[in-house]
Design a protein around this ligand. Structure first.
Ligand SMILES: Nc1ncnc2c1ncn2[C@@H]1O[C@H](COP(=O)(O)OP(=O)(O)OP(=O)(O)O)[C@@H](O)[C@H]1O
Ligand SMILES: [Mg+2]
Length: 396
């Protein structure tokens, strides 16, 4: 709300049937008379998205479209994430609201910085303004000519661990850690992004739609229907990311829940009550007939990994979430203290910004128009289409 003369007034919820308009009204507490909101107060203290020049689309996820944009007030390049309102007739979808609240409460070098929240022209859309990161690890892995070296992998994982330690100490569980949600700046700084599914530890869980959360990084307790979701869920995903960075391909790319469980069992052996006391009590255990496979195959799979590296992977892949490594414990792992030592983030290589390689025409048609709202149809560039295909492959 704007400051103005609105001190003695409260906003009344508009008629839900009425079309969304910029003109709301206030009812004076003193007189009960409706007062029209002044033009300058319509947006409250929020900035309007038209103050940002959209340069190109950099990502389209399940919950929103992301643009690279220039803040016309400061000239700063930012990322603008449009919060999807599709299913919402009235108000903000819960995922968007949760993302804003959680991101606002997080200030850490390894967590993407939310700079502002701005509104669309007719207040029907909401955008998160975030610091811009040149790369996301998924498109980087898909496009880089040469895989990351082990010392670069250590540098990336250490930074994710710092971000996770911070989040987890504030009772935040990310719940959707995967390579496409890890961003990297040209200074080699890695940032955890996309808090659309994040929850506060201890909040009652809701079943996750399998199509929404990538299976590949999903821990066994979640597949088996556990209702207590803990920070250990993010640690399993981190194990999958470490494995993916080390072996240059996704570690457990299952297509269905049962296929995912079987891939896990092939790698780690069949779980049992002896190593995971709560295993027989898992709610969805009856839905699956688990294959019997007695061996832990991490060592043959990662033949060149040192004993300390294997210990770390095994610790991240503990079946029992209570025994699984915490971010703090991982940070003390001797894997990060032995050669090859983690490289300094500043020495990380820089990469071409393939997400921005669009045709000049396309860029012009987006930024050249002065209608920065979504009513302007935007044709996807070839790079977007290719990106979507790769992304689809990853999501599937
Ligand atoms: N701050 C940023 N800087 C640069 N690129 C970003 C930024 N935020 C998001 N992106 C890009 O946009 C993509 C989608 O963003 P994000 O993951 O936040 O949205 P989402 O809709 O929740 O996606 P998904 O459902 O695919 O996880 C990211 O993978 C990344 O490529
Ligand atoms: Mg994402």
């Amino acid at each position: 709300m704007g400051d103005g003369d609105a001190n003695d007034t409260i906003k009344v919820a508009a008629d839900p049937q009425a079309p969304v308009t910029r003109k709301g009204f206030l009812i004076s507490i003193k007189t009960g008379e409706p007062t029209e909101i002044k033009e300058r107060d319509v947006f409250g203290r929020c900035r309007v998205v038209t103050e940002f020049e959209k340069l190109n689309r950099i990502g389209e996820g399940t919950y929103g479209i992301v643009y690279r944009a220039r803040d016309s007030r400061t000239n700063e390049i930012v990322a603008l994430k449009k919060v999807r309102m599709d299913q919402e007739k009235d108000g903000l979808p819960v995922s968007g609201f949760r993302e804003i609240l959680i991101l606002k409460s997080c200030k850490h070098e390894n967590i993407v910085n939310l700079l502002d929240v701005v509104v669309g022209k007719s207040l029907e859309s909401i955008f998160l303004v975030m610091e811009y990161c040149e790369q996301d690890l998924a498109s980087l892995l898909d496009n880089m000519a040469q895989p990351f070296s082990e010392s670069e992998v250590k540098c990336i994982i250490l930074q994710v661990l710092q971000g996770l330690k911070y989040m987890h100490s504030r009772y935040i569980i990310h719940r959707d850690l995967k390579v496409s949600n890890l961003l990297m700046t040209d200074k080699g700084c890695v940032k955890i992004a996309d808090f659309g599914l994040a929850r506060l530890f201890g909040q009652p869980c809701q079943p996750m739609t399998p199509q929404v959360v990538t299976l590949w990084y999903r821990c066994p307790e979640l597949i088996l229907g556990s209702c207590t979701q803990t920070t250990a869920l993010d640690m399993w995903a981190l194990g999958c990311i470490l494995g993916e960075l080390l072996s240059h391909k996704p570690l457990l790319p299952g297509n269905t829940e049962i296929a995912q469980l079987e891939l896990i069992i092939d790698l780690l052996g069949t779980p049992s009550e002896a190593i995971w006391p709560d295993f027989p009590k898992m709610p969805a255990i009856q839905n699956f007939t688990l294959k019997q496979q007695p061996y832990n195959n991490l060592k043959p799979k990662f033949q060149y990994l040192s004993a300390a590296g294997l210990r770390l992977l095994n610790f991240l892949f503990m079946y029992d979430p209570k025994k699984r490594a915490t971010a703090e414990e991982c940070l003390h792992s001797s894997y990060f203290k032995e050669p090859p030592l983690p490289c300094d983030p500043k020495l990380m290589p820089t990469f071409p910004q393939h997400r921005n390689l669009q045709s000049a025409h396309n860029i012009k048609s987006i930024s050249g128009s002065h209608h920065h709202n979504q009513s302007v149809p935007e044709l996807p560039a070839i790079s977007d289409l290719l990106g979507s295909l790769l992304k689809k492959r990853r999501v599937e």
